[in-house]
Design a protein around this ligand. Structure first.
Ligand code: FMN
Length: 273
């Protein structure tokens, strides 16, 4: 298959694909069909913009076949009211039902998260899923151990102040670290991927939004992250891919309770220049 395939019966030579191409490697001379010089092919990031923007459905490019790109369904477009309520109704879930998220649903969510933007369309993310309440309790235990070390080494620090009640609650049987989750996900990307950490955080944000319509809840596991940053053996025990950098673990499961209202947040601070 050619690198750029043009259906000459459909192409109107309107130049939209050439103008849209972020790397400007598609050229279209007057009364000619669009083309990409062989020397420019390695610059293509297979973002699919040329395929998506063509009103005539006239082209495919290596890695993005038009047949794999569904037409946008106008009936599924969100109104502002729907979008606003959707975004406002995401909650950090800390009370999960006592059953793990099923793998099929989790796969569906991870598949949705791949539509998050990645720098240069690198799409280098991989996901490690750690399942089982016993395993998560062990990770929480390790986090409590780390907190106890912080409290001992820096008793007057703000971290120690913040950790003390959590350690006390752990002693009463309440897990403030991974709460009642049965599953965490940890996205990672190859270390050499310069924008990896940003890509990972956006993917997590997509994942938690995608979770909403499936009745799934999430919570960023910041305390576990703190312990991971301070305890290489803890990270090792999690079996993340070799040579990868990770950003944040996220709890995921079915929320125990439903929410009925949308809490307000601070007014935005905007600096117009
Ligand atoms: C980076 C990050 C780390 C977080 N870490 C934790 C955590 O360790 N434990 C927890 O219960 N909530 C954690 N949260 C959830 C926040 O407390 C929560 O987003 C905030 O209170 C607002 O509530 P909402 O997410 O329901 O709107 C974290 C959130 C973010 C974005």
């Amino acid at each position: 298959m050619a690198f750029l395939t043009i259906d000459e019966t459909k192409c109107k030579q309107d130049g939209i694909c050439a103008e849209e191409c972020p790397r400007r490697i598609i050229t279209q001379a007057d009364k000619r069909f669009p083309e990409i010089a062989e020397a420019d092919q390695p610059y293509c990031m297979t973002c699919g913009h040329c395929v998506a923007v063509c009103p005539h459905g006239a082209l495919s490019i290596a890695g993005v076949n038009i047949d794999d790109c569904p037409i946008i369904d106008k009936d599924l477009a969100l109104s502002w009211g729907q979008a606003e309520q959707f975004l406002r109704s995401r909650r950090s879930i800390r009370l999960f039902k006592d059953r793990p998220i099923d793998r099929k649903t989790l796969e569906q969510l991870i598949a949705a998260a791949r539509y998050a933007p990645t720098a240069s369309n690198a799409q280098k993310l991989e996901w490690t899923v750690i399942e089982g309440r016993d395993r998560l309790e062990q990770l929480s235990r390790e986090t409590i151990n780390w907190m106890e070390r912080v409290i001992e080494d820096q008793p007057d620090s703000s971290a120690a102040f913040y950790f003390r009640p959590m350690v006390a609650r752990w002693a009463t049987g309440y897990d403030s670290i991974l709460r009642t989750a049965h599953t965490i996900v940890v996205p990672s990307a190859p270390k050499e991927n310069a924008n990896g950490l940003v890509d990972l955080s956006i993917a997590l944000a997509y994942l938690e939004l995608a979770a909403l319509p499936l009745g799934v809840g999430t919570c960023w596991a910041g305390l576990l992250r703190g312990a991971m940053l301070a305890t290489p053996s803890l990270v090792e025990s999690m079996g993340l891919p070799e040579g990868h950098t990770w950003y944040y673990p996220m709890m995921i499961g079915y929320p125990k309770y439903k929410y009925y209202r949308l809490p307000e947040r601070k007014a935005p601070v905007i600096h117009w220049k």
